[in-house]
Design a protein around this ligand. Structure first.
Ligand code: SAM
Ligand code: SF4
Length: 333
């Protein structure tokens, strides 16, 4: 019987986000600098066997049920579907999901589905091709939309869309995304812009508090809370009139969800992070490569989780706030 992985504030960590690469084929303005980010060396990145081993410990010892593959862009990691199959073999009922920019889904969606991926979250910040090119710094709107279609065709449903809302950039598209959710049955998640952009562009004027977006949507399409049982980082809603799809809000800046945070992150080089805003990482890769047993890895993991921060994000609005040295693409969002 697995033991719950608890921190000193009583929260249970059962959602593991694994960054499989720090590399990306986009350069989104809110995430990466246009150029100059140094990639990790190939040998510094966890091998599939190492990711599998750590995941096995989290799943079998601690009952972790949700595994999200992310990055960087997870689909640029060669043969990523093989990793999905390895993780799925641990327990086919695991909720294995992926966050992707979607541009390679036409090539990969079917393979991923066959390997055991349950769902994808596709990041899509605008429905205008020209704006897309400005935000992602890549002219790839049509291919991304085709990737969404490929995911649906492959049965990776319900499809979730993530968008980072930035004032004066894409905040005029909120209702268009709500309409899209209703028309296509998508779950659209609005994410507040966090100061993790790797180049210091973030400033609080660019953040649109999610409650404003929710009010805008509710004026046109009343919402009812989705029945998800427990408190969770994303607040999810369905449409009161019974239309398909739904919307969710991840309010990391205006209303930090730290008290209900069930997430852990494993960086591409095997560092365990207990919070997006952590100033420290617990390196697991070198322990594994030095021959550590599962028991000793488990002790290190338990100690790291016990020390999970009470609420890093709460301090974003403080003048003393200090962003972690890593950007979102390096941490694994
Ligand atoms: N490349 C994949 C993608 O874009 O979906 C996965 C990695 S990306 C870092 C994961 C998520 O983090 C994306 O949904 C992205 O929009 C979000 N993200 C990146 N930088 C962010 C920031 N500064 N604030 C809020 N969300 C951010
Ligand atoms: Fe790449 Fe995703 Fe960051 Fe965009 S948000 S630069 S797609 S890692």
């Amino acid at each position: 019987m697995p033991a719950a992985l608890r921190d000193s504030f009583g929260r249970v960590a059962d959602d593991l986000r694994i960054s499989v690469t720090d590399r990306c084929n986009f350069r989104c303005v809110y995430c990466m600098p246009a150029e100059g980010l140094r990639w990790l060396a190939r040998e510094d990145i966890l091998r599939f066997e190492e990711i599998h081993r750590l995941t096995r410990i989290f799943v079998q010892r601690y009952g972790v049920r949700t595994i999200r593959l992310t990055g960087g862009e997870p689909l640029v990691r060669v043969r990523i579907e093989e990793l999905v199959a390895m993780l799925n073999a641990l327990d086919p009922s695991l909720d294995i999901t992926m966050t992707t920019n979607g541009v390679l889904l036409r090539q990969k969606a079917k393979l991923l589905r066959e390997a055991g991926l349950k769902r994808v979250n596709v990041s899509l910040d605008t429905l205008h091709a020209d704006r897309f090119a400005e935000i992602a710094r890549r002219d790839a709107f049509a291919r991304t939309m085709d990737g969404l279609a490929a995911a649906e065709e492959a049965g990776l449903r319900p499809l979730k869309l993530n968008l980072v809302v930035m004032r004066g950039v894409n905040d005029d598209e909120v209702l268009d995304f709500a309409r899209l959710a209703r028309e296509r049955g998508y779950e659209v998640r609005f994410i507040e812009y966090m100061p993790l952009d790797g180049q210091g562009r973030w400033n609080s004027d660019l953040v649109v508090p999610n409650r404003r977006l929710q009010e805008q949507i509710e004026d046109l399409f009343p919402l009812v809370p989705a029945q998800e049982g427990k408190a969770a980082p994303a607040q999810s809603f369905k449409f009161a009139d019974g239309a398909p799809g739904g919307v969710g809000f991840i309010s990391s800046v205006s209303d930090a969800f730290c008290s209900s945070c069930n997430r852990l992150r494993l960086s591409a080089e095997g560092g365990l992070r207990t919070c997006l805003f952590s100033m420290r990482e617990t390196p697991l890769r070198d322990l594994m490569r030095q021959g550590a047993s599962d028991d000793s890895l488990a002790r290190v993991i338990e100690a790291a989780v016990w020390q999970k921060e009470e609420g890093g994000a709460l301090h974003i609005s403080d003048s003393s706030y200090q962003a972690p040295a890593k950007s979102m693409s390096q941490i694994g969002g």
